[in-house]
Design a binder for this molecule. Structure first.
Ligand code: GCB
Length: 598
């Protein structure tokens, strides 16, 4: 799905701003057709943003069910005759959209965009009303999954409900990414797919375009960062050759712009789209992850889209700060744990040369008891799998052209030790390979190496493990023994490169004790250091992603002290002691890369 852009033939209106908002206290608004008139008794609500932390009202924060958003926009008369699209960047987790009371779109899944052709629904030159109902309920047929718990006892008032979910990050909801209206010509470019290769210094840029009319004439040109055209071609698909190509490299990004034009019968440009691309290759070979043929060692974090007040709402300032912190600390990569991030973040990664592992929102497919079945007819069932495949499809369709994304993660900590996981993840892996044959695949593991039944379907083993935290809390002296025992098990059983995709300890900024105890900054440093000692000894360990980049909001519970404090930065992006320790390590690794001496 193409990101809306202003081009020679296209124009975008961003509807970000203050919308009208109303909580549907009894979830009756759909039946009462609230979308037919302007909403009554609304409060102001920013878009994009999560609504949860915006007011002082806990019943808004904790509401289970529908909330309503509404705004007004004008379409100039000059847009008449064009194709007018409405695009929602993300609505967590289900949404129905009406324009002037007429249904335009319905969508399930909170972290990916959807759009609708509203050419017939809008009035040109007049005011138009868009109404969006957003629902935050998680079930076993959503990603991530959840369930509504009801009570049948005297301790709870009748009808009392709780939204349960099996991941820790807070279930923020609302319109998290911008809503945009844009126009394209009626005859338009529908999609562009680019893959790249390098042969003896020549970059090969293979492109495929889809147009609204089959057989439409297409011309393309590739322009470098200085504005010089380096290659051109015609035809709906083809391969452009770039002599002496400047490669997209980690921390040394170079982007070319591919201009795609649909050509009318008169030879004029009927539609025009521009895509930034990077020329690079990605391959797993033996126990190495190669970017442009060079072994790459992942240094970085699992992150979240999460900040004060806005929750999961897109925030350019926070995003730029985060990329500056990544560079400051010497990181070169992150995983979009545990859902596809905003396209604006991936654009920054492309531009800054930060390597990304893109993840689908399949998180919480585990009960922390090996024997509790996850894949049952009333939990992770065929409908869940079908939705999982849809989301995978939509994520790859949206993100396939980002050079920063080097691998897809199809799930985080699924119960891969249960035999029902085998057909489930065989199907997921097969589908991902059909959708994208160019990028390696992983599934982030919680199972132990002798128990996992699906790692053979993937190219890289990613493991999350919290030795001396959830297991043997306080026993720092066990960490090296246990990490080495586990990682060597993965290597022995599957013979694939291994990334430690999560490891870490909660540290409350300002808590100190030496010798270290849990929740202090000293303990966080010491634990990370002990993991690192093992990574440095094991040749097949190809990366370390500390959990987490920054502290983040979670659901309430006895293991979380006003959020998850495993951040190396606080939620306000201030460094804890561990950040300085990592900075020293990663700067040194830039000078002496892991495999340089071998
Ligand atoms: C995990 C999860 C991550 C949690 C983390 C923790 O294994 O993948 O989402 O936040 O542990 O801190 O418990």
């Amino acid at each position: 799905m193409l990101y809306p852009k202003d081009t020679q033939t296209r124009e975008v209106k961003d509807l970000s701003g203050i919308w009208r908002f109303k909580v549907d206290r009894h979830n009756t608004g759909r039946a009462d057709m609230w979308h037919m008139q302007p909403l009554q008794d609304t409060i102001p609500m920013p878009v994009p943003a999560s609504y949860n932390d915006m007011t002082q009202d806990a019943s808004i924060r904790d509401h289970i069910g529908d909330v309503w958003y509404e705004t007004f926009f004008r379409i100039p008369r000059s847009w008449s005759g064009d194709r007018i699209m409405l695009r929602v960047g993300s609505a967590c987790h289900h949404a129905v959209v009406w324009v002037n009371g007429r249904q335009a779109a319905e969508h399930k899944g909170g972290f990916l965009p959807f759009e609708a052709d509203i050419s017939e629904a809008v009035e040109y030159g007049m005011e138009n009303r868009v109404t969006i109902v957003v629902n935050n309920v998680l079930t076993w047929q959503t990603l991530p999954p959840g369930r509504i718990k009801t009570f049948d006892d005297a301790k709870h008032p009748e009808g009392y409900r709780i939204q349960e979910y099996f991941h820790d990050f807070y279930n923020y909801a609302g319109l998290h990414r911008p809503v945009k209206v844009y126009r394209t010509p009626a005859a338009h470019i529908r999609d562009v797919t680019v893959t790249t290769d390098v042969q003896d210094g020549t970059g090969l840029v293979t492109y495929r375009t889809e147009a609204s009319e089959a057989g439409a004439a297409v011309r393309v040109r590739l322009v470098d960062e200085e504005g010089r055209m380096v290659a051109s071609g015609t035809g709906a698909q083809g391969t452009l050759r770039v002599e002496n190509a400047r490669l997209w490299k980690p921390l040394q990004a170079y982007l070319y712009t591919l201009h795609v034009e649909l050509v009318g019968d008169d030879g004029e440009t009927a539609d025009h789209y521009m895509l930034d691309i990077g020329i690079r290759t990605v391959r797993v070979e033996g126990s190495r992850f190669l970017i442009n043929g060079e072994p790459f060692y992942f240094k970085g974090f699992g992150k979240h889209e999460d900040s004060d007040i806005k929750g999961k709402g897109l925030d350019y300032a926070v995003n730029v700060k985060d990329f500056n912190l990544l560079k400051w600390i010497g990181a070169n990569s992150f995983r979009t744990s545990h859902y596809p991030y905003a396209e604006e973040i991936l654009d920054l990664a492309d531009r800054e040369g930060i390597v990304v592992i893109g993840e689908v929102p399949a998180v919480g497919f585990t009960f922390f008891n090996y024997n509790d079945k996850v894949y049952t007819p009333d939990q992770a069932n065929d409908e869940t799998l079908a939705h999982h495949l849809d989301v995978l499809n939509d994520m790859i369709a949206r993100d396939k052209n980002h050079p920063s994304i080097v691998m897809w993660s199809v799930a985080n900590e699924a119960a891969t030790f249960q035999e029902e996981a085998v057909p489930y993840f065989r199907k997921v892996a097969e589908t991902a390979r059909v959708l994208d044959a160019t990028r390696p695949l992983t599934l982030v593991q919680w199972a132990l190496p002798d128990k996992c039944q699906v790692a053979q379907f993937f190219d890289v083993v990613c493991v999350n493990r919290y030795y001396s935290w959830y297991a043997d809390p306080g026993c720092l002296d066990l960490v090296e023994h246990q990490v080495e025992w586990e990682l060597s098990g993965w290597h022995r059983n599957f013979n694939k490169p291994v990334i430690m995709s999560e490891y870490g300890a909660d540290a409350i900024a300002g808590f100190h004790q030496d010798p270290p105890v849990m929740f202090t900054e000293e303990y966080q440093c010491e634990m990370l250091q002990r993991y690192h000692n093992v990574f440095d000894r094991l040749d097949y360990v190809i990366g370390e992603h500390v959990w987490a980049f920054a502290d983040f909001a979670t659901k309430q519970g006895t293991t979380r002290i006003n959020g998850n404090k495993k951040g190396v930065f606080t939620r306000q992006r201030q460094p804890k002691a561990a950040a300085h320790m990592l900075r020293r390590r990663w700067e040194q690794m830039a000078v002496t890369p892991k495999w340089s001496g071998r």
